[in-house]
Write a protein that binds this ligand. Sequence first.
Ligand code: SAM
Length: 295
Amino acid sequence: MSAIDDLPPLRDVIREHDLAAKKSLGQNFLLDLNLTSKIARASGPLEGVTVFEVGPGPGGLTRALLACGAAKVVAVERDERCLPALAAIAARYPGRLTVIPGDALETNWNALAAEHRAAPDSPVRVVANLPYNIGTLLLTHWVEAEPWPPFYESLTLMFQREVAERIVATTDNRIDYGRLGVLCGWRTKARILFDVPPSAFTPPPKVTSSVVQLVPRPDPLPCSRQDLSAVTAAAFGQRRKMLRQSLKPLASDPAPLLEAAGLDPTARAETVPIEGFVALARAFRRRREEIRSNT
Ligand code: SAM
């Protein structure tokens, strides 16, 4: 019997259901229910909260979320082999676990929130030990969500330490600062909560992992995410070049754009704070509108 519930230990669950980890599905399982409880608690008090989990696998984090009091867990899992183990958890917590078999990348999260909240006013949080091969893609998807503020109150997610550092990076950490840091910093407040060593996973990955929390900013600086994406793609695409050179894919002469945004043409992307990129995105939009109205 494990400490947090009366379900069998996860090693027995994995053996019983023959859940040998598949690398192609980014499967690195957490078998220590004390650690999964720490991750569950890191997302804040769970009473009344609906949690969306990606990739419950054999259910270590799922069990911790339920034992810590989540009103409901909605878990999207691609590996059908995991479904019987998850059904046993659903039976232990009647009406509180909904398993959606399928691909998280294809999931309509707004629709899921509308359909599966524990109650109409139940806040939604996303808590997951993500499959590393699609972690950044899923995060980008959630941070680019429309409408904004999004369907979730927070994201509490496991990443490789190197990705976590890029998510929280600012101009103070120039090596890690890039498109991901600008996007996440623009729309959310992001911070690393704690590290998790490779030895905590089965099988152990090669690198240290970190749990990151992102809380949506209610009023991000106004600009369109497509324009922000376009200017950061150009600027960080040639990050060692000065902006007057790296922005040439956006305008044959970037000087007027840079002037309108109040940016130094000799600056490099890694020294431009998020507000600078927002100003550039807005100037880029105005310039395109001017060109359109003159033709
Ligand atoms: N939550 C479990 C834990 O902490 O032990 C498993 C985490 S494991 C890192 C990632 C999980 O995501 C696996 O169960 C895997 O099958 C699942 N997965 C991989 N790709 C997925 C996808 N596209 N959609 C949904 N789940 C996926």
